[in-house]
Design a protein around this ligand. Structure first.
Ligand code: NDP
Ligand code: X2W
Length: 323
């Protein structure tokens, strides 16, 4: 590798691509290679650039990402894919460094790394430690209720919301909070199942809200269905121990009311602009109920921040450079 690694972002003008670009553009330890605007979707030009850099970051819809991977003919080029296309594929390393012991080393040594999805990042951050430590059996029937800011839907959804905001005075309406994915089988379910270690797919109900960025992922735990239900404190301590020393996965103090706005509300936007996913454990031992919540910026640890963290690992740089 050259002393200044070359990076190409395919999809540089999309929501995820732009955020990666603006963070990398401030660094002088990398050389950003850009495609001419008029050739943005020109396959010959894209293929040429992909094979001419040290790392190509794909910030594209799934089909275009598959196309880009098909162009790779240089085994020295590393690919970091932000799309859903390869998150459960053989031959790819899952880019969630904190998820399992040894995951960082796998990312560092891989040619092909898939950047995790925003919702799966929240789900996996909460559930993986409990499955890995045997506190939840692998056939636990997990459910996930989650809300994302509208930037989670990329340029198209952003434009729909922004158009609505501009025309609001004319009485036009757009959903302030809407659940979706009601046919089930959302594109993230397989990813959540495979990387959590659960044997059955979680029942996942995503939602979008009228705020641009931010995300809450909730996993209710009806502990009374378990033979030996752990207490809330035991769950908290298991997760806190799993992520001890991690900078970008932070476990919030147990049942700490000052973390709630007005002592009541968990604000979806509090991690915006950071690469941190926060994990919360709420529980009532007498009713044997618990709730795990992850809070993250869907474009931070849910996309662009995670991509930069992975890029740093892939290049052998300190993991938190530029974050
Ligand atoms: N938004 C989010 O919160 C997250 C998104 N992701 C993933 O990142 C990827 C990109 O998403 P996002 O940034 O939101 O999407 P956007 O729609 O905002 O951006 C996608 C970009 O890809 C470009 N593009 C589409 N087809 C091609 C092609 N054939 N060749 C070159 N460029 C192309 C688009 O250009 P044009 O607009 O001109 O078509 C656009 O600039 C997706 O796979 C998504 O799943 C990951 C985590 C979170
Ligand atoms: C609000 C919204 O529409 N969100 C998108 C998920 C965001 C995304 O593109 O998925 P990744 O994070 O896996 O890339 C959706 O549900 O399809």
């Amino acid at each position: 590798m050259t002393s200044k690694p070359k990076i190409f972002i395919d999809g540089e003008s999309g929501t995820t691509g732009l955020q990666i670009y603006s963070r990398l553009n401030q660094r002088d330890d990398l050389e950003l290679v850009s495609i001419e605007a008029s050739k943005r979707k020109d396959s010959t030009e894209r293929a040429k650039l992909i094979n001419a850099v040290d790392v190509a970051i794909l910030c594209l819809p799934d089909d275009a990402a598959r196309e880009a991977v098909g162009y790779v003919n240089n085994d020295k080029v590393k690919i970091l894919d932000a799309s859903t296309a390869y998150r459960t594929a053989d031959g790819w390393v899952y880019g969630f460094p904190e998820l399992n012991p040894g995951q960082r080393e796998k990312i560092a040594n891989a040619q092909f790394v898939s950047n995790p999805g925003c919702y799966p990042t929240g789900f996996l951050a909460c559930i993986r430690p409990l499955v890995a430590k045997g506190l939840l059996r692998s056939n636990f029937p997990a459910t996930v209720n989650a809300v994302s800011g509208y930037s989670g839907g990329g340029k198209n959804l952003i434009q729909q919301y922004e158009t609505f905001h501009e025309k609001q005075a004319e009485g036009k309406s757009l959903y302030p909070y809407g659940i979706y994915g009601l046919e089930f089988g959302h594109k993230h379910v397989k990813e959540m199942c495979q990387h959590s270690g659960l044997s059955a797919p979680p029942l996942f109900v995503p939602a979008v809200g009228d705020f641009e960025q931010g995300m809450l992922v909730q996993i209710p735990l009806p502990l009374w269905i378990l033979d030996n239900p752990p207490s809330g404190k035991v769950i908290y301590e298991a997760i806190a121990e799993y992520y001890q020393g991690e900078k970008f996965v932070q476990v919030a103090p147990y049942q700490e009311p000052t973390l709630l706005r007005d002592g009541k509300f968990l604000d979806a936007m509090a991690m915006n602009g950071t690469n941190i996913v926060q994990v919360f454990v709420f529980a009532n031992d007498s009713t044997k109920e618990a709730l795990l919540v992850a809070r993250l910026d869907n474009l931070g640890k849910g996309a662009s921040g995670a991509a930069i963290q992975n890029l740093n690992i892939m290049l052998g740089f300190p993991e938190d450079l530029g974050l």
